[in-house]
Design a binder for this molecule. Structure first.
Ligand code: GLN
Length: 489
């Protein structure tokens, strides 16, 4: 087995026992990137020298007897998170030569923990999309079938973990961008509760739903990364003060290990929302989800049919609120403070037009226009205000459901990865990709996508599909415990 194929947990044990070095582990990941990324294009930039220097430092710390969970562990980071001294493009031409002047809080925390940043991953421009085809730097290919998309917007980060280029990666999830690519690439993708992880240094898309989270090879590894990056941050007023739990410890010990006779989920009620399992759902996807439910039942959980009646409004509400916040957040890209600046302009208005016209791609422009429209004086009440009111109803749906059940089980996506180009020119079809993932985002709830097996595609291939678990706010611990059961089977 090559070192890059290890999970964090396995690599950690080998690192602290001295069986392997962080340098060897890092070199193995860098070699895998060199070998595979010509075809996959998961990465936008690699910082080989810095990574090897950081690995040597980690090795020195290990020699001194330090045993941190992520010490010496190599990772990749979505190129929408600030990394000091490295380019941070957000997948956009407008930031093509932008070098971040500071580290995001999550990067700072990972640095302190001794994790090794290998480079930056591809994404839909400013995280607007569900396929990574909206990147100004070309699409990422799904490592399991190069003709297919890896999902998006964090497609590069998901593909990188699936192709074993790193032991984990960071993504951001505004309306599904960690969970859907995790589903398409067959890896674990965790979206923490809104406010659990600092957004400081994450380029804002939709500030009211944006959250950073990990892609990993196992639920346990997701717990290790979450534990490290979570917590209150004075630089992000929306972070919450609740103590960060030892998610990894909660997943081991007592009856979570391999003892067949115990029921680790005894008494846990899991909701099966009828609105996510409509008759038109692909029967292969349904079958995988039924298997997931049976696995949870075998571990002692009780599956209960529930209703989330406002589900059908999640996508329309999301596509009013998201463009609104985007049109406001992206106003700062005016060519003056940073990024692309067109100097042929004749006056200020013209300067903005030329800079933004040349710097933004079609999907970003579409969202800026939509958002500006729904926020304008004549339409604010009719669209934005109403969408906010319905958003509250969606949240209340979840609150009512969580009075009856502890977790909710749904598909992550209605189908496996689609072909590159298949719906690139159909924005509406692309927006409907988000049908199962936007609800938890609008409600700020933690959710995870776990590999749930394979389904056959139209051309007879087998591609992965994800099962999504959603928990009440800040209940990442119970989410991860159930996720671990799904993976064990
Ligand atoms: N597909 C969604 C969108 O295009 C998700 C984006 C995200 O979570 N960043 O808005």
């Amino acid at each position: 087995m090559n070192l890059n194929e290890l999970t964090i947990k396995e690599a950690h044990q080998k690192l602290i026992s001295g069986e392997i070095s962080s340098r060897a582990l890092t070199e193995s990941c860098l070699a895998q990137i060199k070998k595979e990324d010509k075809n996959i294009h998961a990465c936008l930039a690699i910082c080989e020298e810095e990574a090897l220097a950081a690995a040597d430092k980690a090795d020195a710390r290990l020699k001194m007897g330090e045993t941190g969970d992520l010490l010496g562990i190599p990772y990749l980071c979505k190129d929408i998170i600030m990394t000091k001294g490295l380019k941070t493009t957000a997948g956009s031409k407008i930031l093509e030569n932008y070098v971040a002047p500071y580290d995001a809080t999550v990067i700072k925390k990972l640095n302190e923990a001794g994790a090794i940043l290998l480079g930056k991953t591809n994404l839909d421009e400013f995280a607007h999309g569900a396929s990574t085809e909206n990147s100004a730097y070309g699409p990422t290919h799904n490592p399991l079938d190069l003709e297919r998309v890896p999902g998006g917007s964090s497609g590069g980060s998901a593909a990188a973990v699936a192709a074993k280029m790193c032991l984990f990666s960071l993504g951001s999830d505004t309306g599904g961008s960690i969970r859907q690519p995790a589903s398409f690439c067959g890896v674990v993708g965790l979206k923490p509760s809104y406010g659990r992880v600092s957004r400081f240094g994450l380029l804002s898309m939709t500030s009211s739903t944006d959250v950073i989270g990990p892609f990993t090879k196992s639920a346990y590894d997701a717990a290790l990364v979450l534990k490290t990056i979570a917590g209150v941050d004075a630089l992000d007023a929306t972070t919450v003060p609740e103590v960060v739990e030892h998610y990894d410890k909660i997943m081991t010990g007592d009856n979570m290990e391999n003892n067949q006779s115990t029921k680790p989920l005894a008494g846990i009620k899991i909701g099966w929302p009828e609105e996510y399992f409509l008759p038109e759902l692909d029967f292969n996807v349904l079958a995988r989800l039924q298997e997931a439910a049976a696995t949870l039942e075998a571990a002692g959980a009780i599956i209960k049919k529930i209703s989330l009646p406002y589900t059908k409004y999640a996508v329309p509400v999301y596509y009013i609120i998201t463009p609104s916040e985007i049109s406001s957040n992206l106003a700062r890209f005016d060519g003056i403070g940073w990024g692309l600046a067109k100097d042929e302009a004749v006056n200020l208005q013209d300067f903005y037009k030329q800079t933004r016209g040349a710097g933004f791609g079609p999907e970003v422009k579409r969202r800026v226009m939509l958002g500006t429209y729904v926020l304008s004086a004549g339409y604010y009440d009719a669209y934005y205000k109403r969408a906010q009111a319905v958003r509250t109803l969606i949240l209340e749906d979840f609150n009512k459901a969580f009075a009856e059940v502890d977790l909710i089980l749904t598909p992550t996506s209605p189908h496996p990865a689609f072909k590159i180009g298949q719906q690139a020119n159909d924005p509406l079809a692309m927006y409907l990709e988000d049908v199962f993932v936007t609800g938890a985002s609008l409600a700020g709830l933690p959710a995870i996508s776990m590999p749930a097996g394979l389904v056959s595609t139209e051309d007879g291939n087998n591609m992965p599909i994800g099962a999504q678990l959603i928990a009440p706010r800040l209940q990442e611990a119970s989410l991860l415990r159930a996720a671990k059961i799904l993976e064990k089977n």
